[in-house]
Ligand binder design. Structure first.
Ligand SMILES: Nc1ncnc2c1ncn2[C@@H]1O[C@H](COP(=O)(O)OP(=O)(O)OP(=O)(O)O)[C@@H](O)[C@H]1O
Length: 287
């Protein structure tokens, strides 16, 4: 599969009640690229992702455009958005257990999701479920299909949540703090997986994180959000090596490994092309 097109946000404003949460932001998601959205807690990162999915609170009002496949997502009905969500736009959140049903097998969760969106037969759905688990490098996928969520570690559960997000072959993937809840030893493996999936499937990825260390390993471009405004945008290297805005500098200074200057992704145990070059199998077995 290769995604043909991305998504473009133009002048997006979101108000919730009387409060303006986003102040006319622009953002581009490009196939085969990871667009990072950074900013401290409350800056509006998640609201941006939710706006793209049509999942804003009922009392939210929007202005601007979210262009996707020649349509403005902000003008679609709930029914139309429901068809896009999950099928053309996949999503991964911080807590994988929140998106998985504790009482259903992994097979059921993968195949139910796929069949609800595509109507493929049970047999095809099972094959696709296996293929998705292989793509996310869950060990022994045949056995994994029969298991329940509580039988997996956090890192493996996040891989399974990613499998659900990609099983319908979306062109866009929104990953909101995908490694924040994970043990630090398995974070790099999940980040590396996201990079691989982006490259191999041609996904246009929005990576939302407050963690510039994660951003430094993964994002092709970085947008820095502060109180609902994008204060800086550029390539990962430009933004991290030569930040123009004092807010970006403050975020970089807050990095745990910061010692007066940003030393590149290597300083976070990650190489310049994404998470380090260990094999997926090793990481998968480490999870
Ligand atoms: N349902 C809601 N009703 C009212 N205000 C909300 C709602 N959801 C979010 N907000 C407000 O919108 C602002 C942006 O929230 P958002 O969750 O997008 O921040 P964030 O950058 O993702 O932060 P965090 O990393 O803490 O999730 C915050 O001030 C928050 O209080």
């Amino acid at each position: 599969m290769s995604a043909e097109e991305g998504l473009a946000i133009r002048n997006l404003t979101v108000r919730i009640g009387e409060r303006k949460i986003l102040h006319g932001i622009d953002l581009d998601l490009i196939p085969g690229q990871i667009a990072g959205l950074a900013g401290e807690s409350g800056s509006g990162k998640s609201i941006t992702g939710l706006a793209m999915l049509g999942l804003l609170p009922k009392n939210a009002r929007t202005d601007g455009e979210i262009h996707f496949r020649e349509r403005n997502l902000l003008t679609l009905t709930e029914g139309e958005l429901g068809k896009i969500r999950g099928l053309q736009v996949g999503m991964v959140f911080q807590d994988p257990t929140a998106s998985l049903h504790p009482m259903l097998t992994i097979e059921r969760q993968l195949t139910d999701h796929l069949r609800a969106h595509t109507g493929v037969s049970k047999r095809v759905a099972r094959d696709r479920a296996l293929e998705a688990l292989r793509k996310v490098q869950v060990p022994q996928p045949e056995t994994a299909l029969k298991k329940y969520p509580h039988q997996f570690s956090g890192g493996q559960l996040q891989r399974i949540a990613i499998a659900i997000a990609i099983i319908c072959e979306p062109s866009i993937l929104i990953a909101d703090e995908p490694t924040t809840a994970l043990d630090v030893t398995v974070q790099a493996g999940v980040l590396r997986l996201l990079r691989q999936l982006c490259d191999e499937l041609g996904l246009a990825v929005l990576l939302i994180t407050h963690d510039l260390g994660v951003m430094s390993s993964l994002a092709d471009r970085i947008s820095v959000l502060r109180q609902g405004e994008i204060v800086e945008e550029g390539t990962r290297y430009d933004v991290l090596r030569d930040p123009q805005h004092e807010y970006t500098r403050a975020l970089i200074d807050a990095l745990p490994s910061h010692e007066g200057a940003w030393h590149g992704p290597e300083s976070h145990g990650l190489n310049s092309h994404g998470p380090d070059a260990q094999t997926g199998e090793k990481e998968a077995s480490d999870d």
